[in-house]
Ligand binder design. Structure first.
Ligand code: 3HC
Ligand code: NAI
Length: 677
């Protein structure tokens, strides 16, 4: 087998290169080869210093995630790091790309670090349900101030090279010929022997750390995930115990967490993200040109989509109904750009620059030079069919036409075109310039070029693309509609909105289903129920509670009343809502039963799983992991739980006291309807 680590020599400096594509993950083989070189160089008295660098697009991006959670294979990474730190000669890490996790830990074991200006450095282990396992929590706070180390380890966010220089995390930056600069640096260090290793130094600015305050903040944010708090505890050990004791405890914590359910779920989420949209990767067709993209409708979604497109370098031509609406849409995009500047996600200069690439008009002819047009007009099949008919008439035959519809039949829109192969769904999530998920909806006739265009767009926008077939609500909204409906049946059966919301929050959702409805408004779903009322099957049970709230003018936060009362700014249970629920229970002839938090959550999970299973059987979703990814990235499903389909496959990880999914809802008076075969 080809070696993964090599070494060359230049005037007494050893250049040790790790070459393990694609991201130089530090697998067992890499560890073994690297350790052997450390020992070799210790014995070679012709060597004055060593440079540790990587081939390819990045420095070491971390331990090999495939090995985590399995029995550790020798040599362990801490052994390699200790060997580098204790080496006879100084080692310099030359960092390009990303130095993450075990990669950063290796560099911390070196005597010094030099990075190029594009590098990013971080300890993202908490995002995988673990903590750094090779000295990160012990060496980092000895190099950068403890509060900064705490931020990096418990938050998991990498820092840019310039920030790393300011923190002292790297010693030098170099934008040209990193290797030569690293060799020069190694030479300098060779002339200054006796620099103490990090492990022998005290923690920096430890007294500035408010441990209690940070613990409270982490608890509020973690939504039940354990790793961030464990990371804080490891850093606290590091600040208060002798370094060797802190190292020992860090490793024990790391190994315990690596074997946890939370870490397994987060590894699954990591790999699900990377495997999403795989079917698109094999499409050979050329995508449409995305330099100039048209957006029809500049409301909430159209403006968000236009903002996202502008921020990734596209020119955008917006089409609205009339001049006033076009002006309002232009303003809306400007406000979204300003808000992005306010959030710090884009600089003022960049926002001002992209603003010039936006044009909004009520004339559709400027759309003609766009390679792709995305429709985001009202959710009304007739309005959308008109738009598609018009687009088909004016757009050149090679332009791709997309709809952002939430629920409507993409095939019925494609019917309005002469060539339906150029039509697809591109279902963004609100706010479209922030949310990472994009459902790429493949219609009956959608062709490869349209799909390739969707894939290229997702890549350009840095969004996670999941492919869905056509059905009411595609993957995400169909699952959400199903569990929302079931939650309303649970109200009839005995639960109250606050109980259901609390059960969801306890499970790890940021908000419960009724709180979300109050936030987004109850009127859109109400309008949809009214529009489909004439086609509803009267033999099926129907829950009237939401309709009654809307009829009473309770449309959510915007009317200060919805499922809750927001009269004085806070969110309060409203006896009026409880009364309506009780009246509806009486109308349905149901005797209310008490439901525990666990039962409520199991019921919600089982509905998600049942709908997910149906999506797979019907061929709407390509894989169970795609379904999970949609729920994690689009619907607030807690990432550390993996997703509903993951939980179904790992029954033991269900909430404590679990009962088999098949039994869930069996006691419901609505079971014939709820539990379809
Ligand atoms: N281990 C194994 N495989 C990895 C990996 C890792 N650490 N990091 C990335 N990969 C794989 C991906 O699965 C993907 O494989 P595929 O092509 O077969 O799908 C391939 O490398 C490329 O990855 P991306 O698609 O993510 O490439 P990008 O260029 O978009 O991103 C990256 C590169 C920023 C390095 C990103 O891959 C990343 O964030 N990786 C994970 C970093 C991380 O979490 N490191 C910590 C690991 S835990 C650890 O180090 C424990 C230690 O403390 C002991
Ligand atoms: P909106 O009501 O905020 O905006 C619709 C815009 O379309 C309005 O500005 C209107 O003037 C314009 N419009 C209507 N007819 C037009 C026409 N013939 N030509 C040009 N412009 C026209 O609606 P919103 O929320 O932006 O939704 C748009 C689409 O996106 C809908 O299909 C909706 O289902 C979908 N969607 C909405 C999400 C949301 O959270 N709001 C999320 C994902 C998809």
């Amino acid at each position: 087998m080809a070696s993964l680590v090599s070494c060359e020599y230049r005037d007494g400096i050893a250049i040790v290169t790790i070459d393990n594509p694609p991201v130089n993950a530090i697998s067992q083989a890499v560890r073994a080869e690297l350790l052997a070189f450390v020992h070799d160089l210790n014995r070679n008295t012709d060597i004055r210093a060593a440079v540790l660098r990587c081939a390819g697009r990045t420095f070491v991006a971390g331990a090999d995630i495939n090995e985590l959670g399995k029995p550790p294979l020798a040599p362990a990474l801490p052994e390699v790091a200790d060997a580098i730190e204790g080496a006879r000669v100084p080692w310099v890490a030359a960092i390009h790309g990303a130095a993450l996790g075990g990669g950063l830990e290796l560099s911390l074991a070196c005597t010094a670090r030099i990075a190029d200006g594009q590098a990013r450095l971080g300890l993202p282990e908490v995002t995988l349900g673990i903590i750094p396992g090779a000295g990160g929590t012990v060496r980092l706070p000895r190099l950068v101030p403890v509060p900064d180390a705490v931020e990096m380890v418990t938050g998991g966010k990498p820092v840019a090279a310039t920030a790393a220089l300011a923190l002292g995390l790297v010693d030098r930056l170099c934008d040209e010929d990193l290797l030569s600069a690293a060799i020069g640096f190694a030479d300098d260090l060779a002339a200054r022997p006796g620099l103490p290793p990090l492990i022998g130094r005290p923690c920096r600015n430890a007294t500035d750390m408010d441990w209690q305050g940070k613990a409270t903040a982490i608890k509020a944010k973690a939504r039940g995930a354990k790793a961030p708090m464990e990371a804080l505890e490891a850093l606290r050990d590091s600040a208060h115990l002798p370094a060797h004791e802190a190292l020992k405890r860090e490793r024990e914590r790391f190994l315990r967490l690596a074997a946890s359910d939370e870490a397994a779920a987060l590894r699954y989420a990591f790999f699900s993200e990377r495997s999403a949209g795989r079917s698109l990767a094999s499409i050979a067709s050329e995508p449409a040109d995305l330099a100039r993209v048209g957006v029809v409708g500049g409301g909430t979604m159209g403006a968000g989509i236009a903002t996202a497109l502008l921020l990734c370098g596209c020119e955008v031509q917006l089409l609205e109904r009339d001049a006033a609406a076009a002006e309002a849409a232009h303003r809306r995009v400007g406000e979204m750009l300003d808000a992005s500047v306010g959030r710090g996600s884009v600089s003022r200069e960049a926002a001002d620059q992209v603003r010039n690439r936006l044009a909004a008009s009520s004339d559709d002819m400027p759309l003609v030079s766009c390679g792709l047009v995305i429709e985001a007009v009202f959710e009304d099949i007739d309005v959308k069919r008109d738009v598609f008919s018009r687009l088909d008439a004016i757009m050149p035959p090679d332009a791709v036409l997309a709809t952002n519809t939430s629920y409507l039949d993409v095939n019925r829109l494609a019917e309005m075109t002469v060539d339906p192969t150029r039509v697809l769904g591109l279902h963004f999530f609100a706010p479209a310039h922030v949310m990472k998920l994009l459902e790429i909806v493949r219609g009956r006739h959608t062709g490869d070029r349209a799909l390739a265009t969707g894939a290229a767009l997702a890549k350009r926008l840095k969004k996670t693309a999941v492919v869905s077939g056509v059905c009411h609500g595609f993957i995400g909204n169909r699952i959400m509609a199903a569990y929302r409906r079931d939650c309303e049946f649970m109200l009839l059966e005995g639960a109250l909105p606050a109980q259901i919301d609390a059960a969801m929050r306890d499970f790890g959702f940021a908000m419960g289903v009724f709180e979300v409805q109050d936030l987004s408004g109850l009127d859109i779903a109400w309008a949809q129920r009214k529009s489909t009322a004439s086609t509803r099957d009267p033999s099926l049970p129907y829950c009237h509670i939401a309709d009654r709230l809307c009829e009473a003018g309770r449309l959510g936060r915007k009317t200060k009343k919805g499922w809750y009362d927001y009269g004085d700014g806070g969110q309060k249970v409203d006896p009026e809502v409880t009364r309506i629920i009780e009246e509806e229970r009486a109308r349905a002839g149901v005797n209310a039963l008490s439901m525990s938090s666990v039962q409520i959550m199991q019921r919600i999970l089982s509905v998600m799983q049942r709908e997910g299973h149906a999506l797979l059987v019907e061929g709407i979703a390509e894989s169970a992991s795609d379904i999970d990814l949609v729920m994690l990235t689009g619907y607030g499903f807690p990432r550390h739980r993996g997703g509903p389909m993951y939980l179904a496959a790992h029954e033991s990880q269900r909430t404590p006291g679990s009962v088999p999914a098949a039994a869930i809802g069996a006691a419901s008076p609505f079971k014939d309807w709820l539990i379809k075969p």
